[in-house]
Write a protein that binds this ligand. Structure first.
Ligand code: UDP
Ligand code: MG
Length: 326
């Protein structure tokens, strides 16, 4: 074809029938604009990944892909979660695309940042982070917990790019490196900075979800944060030792104090101190065991080497193969 580079835009979708028509319209306009200004090649694609949706998401993707040369899709055999869906899309798209952009389906990430990402790529950046410059659309709760999370991760020595989510561009080479991280408990935004290469940032304003509800209820958010922490750091295990020393020290002080009380003839109420120490230590032990358990569980799930996603249908590959034959 031409010497222009092929761009694929990977969009994970879970029950997104309400937003897909608008998303397709906006993404197509952006991609067409880039094709017309001869920045990307005409066989560039939008790659929807249906993450086991229960609504009409897949049939919509199927229809759009029949109507438009730009649209294609991959259907997963069940719900694998946002990160699994992203990985599936990147795996397929990066086979024959020079660069891959990942973006949410709900139009919260401003599509107008895409041309800026492309410019950064053309300037030699292999990873371009989409960084949001506002958090107004989040609830105070999500804002605060997100900030705490970034701080805590920094404290654990895991360096994330603050306020960047899964909206980013990666070159084919960067995608290959990303895919060589074989962990099952995926926390992509922790892995991407480890990929290295020249990187850049593009700022954008994050908007309200175009329609529908968040597919990240609190339960999924907590699991996601826990995955982030325990997949990347063993500091929590080390903290147990510090905690142990601290408790021993406190117990020693208490021991000396009760001994002095005893010598002075003051009646020490043994029951309460006993109960307090039993309960306090019991609690500490339980927390510690659960931290270790978290890692043991992680080892368990990693050694099983289960597939990270299963593709049921792949219109993307069908379409690109047909195009290449022509
Ligand atoms: N998503 C997915 N699988 C899931 C949950 C979410 O593919 O199990 C997709 C969803 O369709 C959306 C993106 O991941 O494109 C981000 O989800 P959402 O917008 O609900 O999260 P929020 O923006 O509220 O954090
Ligand atoms: Mg969203």
């Amino acid at each position: 074809m031409s010497d222009l580079f092929k761009l694929s835009i990977v969009v994970p979708c879970y029950n997104e029938e309400e937003v897909l028509p608008e998303t397709t319209k906006e993404l197509s306009a952006i991609v067409n604009g880039l094709i017309e200004s001869r920045k990307i090649s005409a066989n560039s694609k939008i790659v929807y990944v249906d993450d086991g949706s229960k609504d009409k998401t897949w049939s919509m993707i199927d229809n759009f892909s029949k109507e438009s040369k730009l649209v294609s899709g991959v259907k997963l055999s069940r719900n694998f979660g946002h990160q699994g869906a992203l990985l599936a899309g990147v795996t397929r798209a990066s086979k024959d695309s020079d660069a891959v952009i990942t973006i949410d389906a709900d139009l919260q990430d401003d599509v107008n940042a895409i041309p800026k990402m492309v410019d950064e790529y053309l300037d030699g950046a292999e990873v371009v982070y989409g960084v949001r410059n506002n958090r107004d659309t989040d609830t105070a709760f999500k804002r605060n917990t997100a900030e705490m999370f970034y701080k805590f991760m920094g404290f654990l020595g895991v360096h994330l790019v603050p306020d960047s989510a899964d909206y980013r561009l990666m070159s084919q080479r960067a995608c290959q490196v990303l895919l060589s991280y074989r962990e099952r408990n995926l926390f992509l935004r922790g892995i991407v900075p480890l990929v290295g290469f020249k990187s850049a940032k593009v700022y954008y304003a994050r908007k309200e979800r175009f329609a529908g509800e968040s597919k990240y209820p609190l339960r999924k958010m907590i699991k996601f944060a826990m995955d982030g922490i325990t997949s990347f750091s063993i500091v929590p295990i080390k903290m147990i030792m510090g905690l142990g020393f601290f408790i021993v020290l406190i117990s020693l002080i208490l021991l000396i104090y009760s001994f002095i009380q005893k010598i002075n003839g003051n009646v020490v109420d043994g029951w309460s101190s006993l109960m307090i120490s039993i309960w306090a230590l019991g609690g500490v032990q339980l927390i510690s065991i659960s931290v270790i358990g978290e890692y043991v569980g992680k080892i368990f799930s990693e050694v099983k080497q289960r597939p990270r996603f299963t593709i049921e249908k792949d219109i993307y590959t069908e379409k690109t193969q047909k195009e290449n034959k022509r």
